[in-house]
Design a protein around this ligand. Structure first.
Ligand SMILES: [Zn+2]
Length: 231
């Protein structure tokens, strides 16, 4: 074979391979189209468009100091969750090169601040629960988009890589879970209340002592059951 035709063949084959790698998925709707609900009026992407019926609760730890403010968590998760997604080479999102948007806002006085934290609730060691996202918001928390869309996320403030949350914090979490189960009966306590690492094996969140005999998941489920049986 002549050099020129060999080069052409190589070019042709490599374009086929590249084509396979980068081919868009045929069944993927074009989310840029008006009417599909994937954009807000201001042109930012609507990440909540896939929100589904809630039937799961995912438990996390913040892996930060336990008194980290919502602003510190938001700033960190903007960089660790949203920015990489906006800068990724995946076909989505379509708003490449722009400052990341969550589409979630928090009112501070008259001002609306865009927030990037991934959880519905944050529980402090003293048992105080802070509302972060609304239930209808899709938090980028589980490392699995389908799970994000059908779950709410409860985060224990602090780093529980080793050790366990306080009793007050566990009580507060059990109370939140019991309320959610009453509100969304599709949440099954034993099967659908899970740790982040039960969805995504790459993380140890919510900590090494969550699962297994004597783990704090066991205590959390037991306390929730007691609350549900009382009501
Ligand atoms: Zn987590």
């Amino acid at each position: 074979m002549k050099k020129a035709s060999l080069a052409f063949l190589i070019l042709f084959l490599s374009s086929l391979i590249m084509g396979c790698v980068h081919a868009p998925q045929v069944n993927q709707p074009d989310r840029r189209q008006e009417g599909l609900g994937y954009f807000h009026r201001d042109g930012s992407i609507n990440w909540d468009a896939d929100e589904a019926q809630i039937d799961m609760i995912v438990i996390h730890h913040s892996a930060m100091k336990s008194d980290a403010s919502w602003k510190e968590i938001s700033d960190l998760q903007k960089e660790t969750l949203y920015r990489p997604r906006y800068e990724s080479l995946d076909p989505e999102p379509y708003l490449k090169g722009q400052e990341p948007h969550s589409g979630h806002f928090r009112a501070i006085g008259d001002e609306l601040i865009e927030v990037f934290y991934a959880y519905q609730w944050l529980i402090r060691p003293d048992g105080k629960s802070e509302r972060l996202l609304l239930d209808k918001d899709v938090g980028w928390q589980a490392g699995n988009w389908k799970v994000n869309c059908r779950s709410v996320a409860i985060c224990f403030a602090g780093d529980f890589t080793f050790g366990q949350p306080t009793e007050q914090a566990t009580d507060a979490c059990a109370s939140l879970i019991a309320d959610y189960i009453k509100k969304f009966p599709a949440i099954k306590l034993e099967a659908n209340v899970i740790g982040h690492n039960e969805v995504n094996k790459k993380t140890i969140c919510p900590g090494n002592e969550f699962l297994g005999p004597g783990g704090w998941k066991e205590a959390l489920i037991k306390k929730t059951l007691e609350l549900l049986n009382k009501s």
